[in-house]
Write a new protein. Structure first.
Length: 584
């Protein structure tokens, strides 16, 4: 599928943004041309051509992005062939696993960097290379704010893993086997063997974790070549896709096809439909709100939950199902899944190709109905839960979220005593104590793990089941936190409690022993403590989180919004325009 020029006007060369740097007969433009030639480019290679920025989040410490140097080369050769001038701009990688305390702390950093890299340089359009959890929303947030033609090139999921004949999905099975190691079900030798066998190629997690959730959402919204999010990183078609991105962005620049020309609420709706059908990560609820805010579109948790109540989990993918992303691709990929639920989509919405959703899915085919399912055979029926449930109550007046499809049926309505931990360190040190006063009915609570409290809202929300309960056969229990949870995880975990404890949210008032009441069907979460008692506790409330006096973390704590608002910086959300830099 190629770029559709219908109803669009082609720019004159003089209208290219890069010409502000290169074209004038001034001493500054002379210096710009001179220094470009200093790098070995001849004058005719960059003069009068679209300059294409390639924002590359490659890093030696980001395994999900370790191949993006090669993909950048594929983009470059296609840009050259299409008559453009490619320039590669390295950006913060925010690769999961090795970044501490959490990549979420740096999502806004990358969003700022992407926006400012594009603003400060003579760039007419950009290809965004990313894919690991926070890189997709970060790059798109920056690009939406900058508002020049952009196209997202996803890193792609890694190849399927197997261990002793069993499918192993990155993240999902790590947690499973860790619990087995703790209880003696597997040996230390097994654990070391798994370490070298589970993640067997380049690319992002091969489950429907946050990485594939966000790239699939971006794909359904229209930020990619349709279906690009499903192509495995190690597949030769992934290189071909990257090259096609290079060709397409040159066309987009000539017709000034920037986000503000096509990105509407309908595009966000389609992204949400994909999110729910895929059983995607709860992290997406935060990122979608942040992205919508950048576009000046109001989006709420309730808007997303309304779609979740209509669209069941259909993609048979870990952690909700039993297949991996490679199988999803060979079964037909995202476009085939969307075709099966086309009546939920806003099919007239267009994306980077200036073609409609109805055109994207018209030729899609499903080759495996067990992997890509329809409404007649959901992975999780709506009666058993959905990809996003929003809870409200005196414990979370501004909302909390959970993937109710991952909860044990017997925990959908639950009442039990709280066991409260103020820090993640305290939780880690005490959770496996043999004398820990805990039962299967206990409600585990971790606080001071939100945007301000941690800071950065780490993926601590999938609180561990204590060893003594695991040994009794307990595999799930109600867990509550103002943190997030990895999209590869599962269980009855209530997350994103807002307002968070660190800014005085009600979670800060809970005491060990308080009775917590959860009712997923009613959408409520409450602590059964009187208003009078809560008022008395608030009068004696003392902050227990660390406050940073300097560094990026200090900026983050001072300006980050709450989870239900997208966790963006208050000064970066849509509002006043930023002028183009003056060219002196």
């Amino acid at each position: 599928m190629t770029f559709n020029q219908t109803s669009l006007n082609r720019l004159e060369i003089s209208q290219l943004r890069s010409q502000r740097w290169y074209a004038p007969d001034t001493i500054r433009a002379f210096a710009h041309r001179q220094r470009s030639q200093q790098m070995g480019f001849s004058r005719d290679e960059f003069m009068g051509k679209p300059v294409i920025g390639i924002i590359n989040t490659w890093s030696d410490l980001s395994p999900c992005h370790s191949h993006l140097r090669e993909r950048a080369e594929a983009v470059k050769r296609a840009v050259w062939a299409a008559g453009g001038f490619p320039v590669e701009l390295p950006a913060l990688s925010v690769g999961e696993v090795l970044v501490k305390p959490t990549t979420m702390l740096y999502r806004n950093f990358l969003a700022m960097e992407a926006e400012e890299l594009l603003r400060q340089h003579p760039v007419d359009g950009a290809v965004l290379l990313g894919g690991c959890d926070k890189s997709t929303p970060a790059l798109l947030m920056g690009a939406i704010s900058m508002d020049i033609p952009v196209l997202f090139c996803p890193a792609g999921p890694m190849s399927s893993g197997k261990w002793r004949g069993q499918k192993t999905g990155a993240g999902t099975h790590t947690k499973k086997y860790w619990d087995q190691l703790r209880t003696g079900a597997i040996t230390q030798h097994d654990w070391v063997e798994l370490e070298g066998a589970m993640t067997r190629s380049i690319g992002t997690c091969n489950t429907m974790g946050t990485a594939s959730t966000m790239t699939s959402i971006a794909d359904a919204m229209g930020f990619m070549l349709p279906g690009a999010s499903s192509i495995p990183a190690a597949d030769s078609r992934h290189v071909q896709m990257a090259a096609l991105c290079g060709k397409t962005i040159v066309d987009m620049v000539w017709y000034d096809h920037k986000p503000s020309r096509w990105l509407t609420r309908d595009n966000f709706h389609n992204g949400i439909v994909a999110y729910m059908a895929l059983g995607g990560s709860t992290n997406a609820a935060i990122h979608l709100i942040a992205m919508a805010n950048r576009a000046g579109i109001t989006l709420t948790l309730e808007d997303m939950e309304a779609v979740a109540r209509e669209v069941p989990v259909l993609a048979n993918l870990f952690p909700s199902g039993d297949q991996l992303m490679e199988e999803f691709f060979f079964a037909g990929g995202l476009m085939a899944q969307l075709k099966k639920i086309s009546h939920f989509l806003k099919q007239d919405a267009v994306g980077v190709l200036n073609t409609s959703v109805s055109q994207w899915i018209s030729t899609a085919e499903c080759y495996d109905d067990n992997v890509i399912r329809g409404l007649d055979n959901p992975v999780v029926p709506l009666s058993q839960g959905c990809a996003l449930t929003v809870l409200k109550g005196n414990l979370c007046p501004n909302g909390a979220v959970m993937k109710s499809s991952a909860a044990k049926p017997e925990l959908r309505q639950h009442r039990g005593p709280a066991l409260v931990f103020d820090t993640h360190q305290a939780l880690s040190e005490q959770i496996d104590r043999p004398d820990l006063d805990i039962t299967a009915d206990t409600v585990l609570i971790l606080r001071n793990a939100g945007p301000v409290g941690a800071p950065g809202m780490p993926e601590w929300g999938n609180l561990p089941i204590p060893k003594n309960l695991l040994q009794q056969g307990v595999t799930d229990m109600v867990r509550i936190s103002d943190a997030r949870m990895s999209g590869t995880h599962y269980g009855t975990c209530i997350l994103h409690v807002a307002p968070e404890a660190a800014i005085g949210g009600p979670l800060a008032l809970v005491k060990t022993g308080d009775i917590i009441e959860l009712d997923i069907t009613a959408g409520t979460l409450n602590m059964l403590v009187s208003d009078e008692e809560l008022t008395a506790r608030r009068a004696n409330l003392q902050p227990t989180h660390r406050v940073y006096g300097r560094s990026y973390a200090a900026l983050y704590q001072q300006h980050v919004t709450q989870a239900n608002e997208g966790c963006d910086f208050d000064f970066l959300q849509s509002g006043s325009d930023v002028p183009e830099p003056p060219i002196y």
